[in-house]
Design a protein around this ligand. Structure first.
Ligand code: SF4
Ligand code: SF4
Length: 396
């Protein structure tokens, strides 16, 4: 589809979604190679942060993970914790009228999600291998047999990202803006669906029973990128967090998307150049097979240690911050993103132009937050903030 046609359609006033998802190329399978028969369900206790809570990375980092040293992210986390037990409830005994048409209900549920302030929503059948095998902390087995998954993306805020190094004192608050909002939207949406007479459960960062990336792939919300187990969206980049609602409400499903990201990431590598912990691989073909997925060979342990142990700030999101897909939704950037999606030979030019234009460098005059660190219950001004942006040449 030409840029002019897609641009016109995006502004025809009838579009349901806030972003023009209808211009994306739909495919039958995610662009990541997946051998579904080989995938083992994941034990929630074995994810990076949970191994750190258990003490696998040593006592210093084990203490750090519960600290939440920046007051804004601490406040957001407290709100998210209050949603931990709001994920499920009683289903109404009678189904509401006119709720059995899957196409109409998919449209209605997405419209409801957007009303509740989700940025992008997608629907897929729930892959059984996306359900955790066991829960934190007790190892209780997970039983979840819902048929559908509704995935909800919440933007971490471009303007804040633009003013940040990606690993300074606002970084964790950007994550928790999305985590807490995504949890809020998912809990309300699940409760609404139960009131319509269908079982539904919300999954958010304080109470997931599902692994999010495969759901995002099948719901057409992105492709796996070089950063590793991260799904990148063509309109938000990796600048989002997601929640999920699983349900038996009949819903028409979306198809996976292909916007050329596998080719783009093989040519780019900007995230690898800037990652402070060197957790992201360089090179065109730096992929491995892991639990049935062919994915970029990132170092989860190094990334987890950096995000928790960062001495220059709270958390880390340098990779999503410097990524060429992290752009505002302006007509100019929409055109550039259309060329990135649609014209393979333009991708190297876009990558070169991104560095040339200085994207990823923080606009420090746009900074609005206070650098504050809580130490022994007292807030103080930290001595350093963020990693200096170095526009280094690729090290392939
Ligand atoms: Fe590297 Fe930070 Fe991204 Fe982890 S979050 S991969 S440490 S840049
Ligand atoms: Fe892919 Fe480049 Fe973004 Fe990394 S920075 S995820 S290589 S597009």
């Amino acid at each position: 589809m030409s840029f002019v046609r897609s641009y016109k359609r995006a502004f025809d006033g009838k579009r349901l979604d806030p972003y023009p998802v209808e211009v994306l190329k739909r495919v039958d399978h995610p662009t990541t190679k997946i051998r579904e028969e080989e995938i083992q369900r994941v034990d929630e206790r074995e994810t990076g942060f949970n191994r750190m809570i258990r003490g696998d990375f040593g006592p210093v980092l084990q203490r750090q993970i519960g600290r939440f040293k920046q007051p804004l992210s601490r406040a957001q986390k407290e709100m998210l914790v209050s949603l931990a037990d709001k994920v499920d409830g009683i289903t109404a005994s009678q189904k509401a009228p006119n709720t059995d048409d899957p196409v109409a209900m998919a449209r209605h549920i997405k419209a409801t999600a957007y009303f509740l302030r989700a940025d992008i929503a997608g629907i897929c059948e729930l892959p059984p291998y996306a359900v955790y095998s066991h829960r934190m902390p007790d190892g209780d087995p997970v039983e979840l047999n819902h048929r559908y998954a509704i995935a909800l993306l919440i933007d971490q805020d471009y303007k804040t990202s633009e003013a940040s190094y990606g690993n300074d004192w606002i970084s964790a608050a950007m994550s928790f803006l999305s985590y807490s909002t995504a949890g809020f939207v998912a809990c309300i949406l699940a409760e609404y669906i139960r009131r319509l007479g269908y079982p539904a459960r919300a999954h958010h960062a304080r109470n997931y029973q599902v692994l999010v990336p495969p759901i995002l792939l099948w719901a057409g919300l992105g492709e796996m990128c070089r950063i590793g187990d991260i799904v990148l969206n063509p309109f938000l980049g990796a600048r989002f967090k997601a929640s999920v609602v699983t349900t038996d409400l009949p819903l028409a499903v979306d198809k996976p998307i292909d916007f050329g990201l596998q080719d783009f990431c093989s040519k780019c590598g900007k995230c690898a150049r800037h990652c402070p912990s060197k957790a992201i691989p360089f090179g065109k073909n730096a992929t491995v097979w892991h639990n049935g997925y062919q994915k970029w060979a990132n170092d989860v342990d190094s990334c987890t240690k950096q995000r928790i142990g960062n001495k220059l700030g709270a958390g880390c999101g340098v990779c999503l911050h410097v990524c060429p897909w992290n752009k505002p939704f302006t007509p100019f950037h929409r055109f550039v993103m259309w060329t990135m999606r649609s014209i393979p030979v333009a991708r190297r030019l876009a990558i070169w132009g991104d560095d040339l234009m200085g994207y990823g460098k923080p606009k420090l005059d746009h900074k609005w937050w206070f650098d504050l660190e809580e130490v022994d219950g007292v807030l103080r001004v930290p001595s350093r903030a963020g990693e200096r942006f170095v526009n280094a040449p690729p090290k392939e």
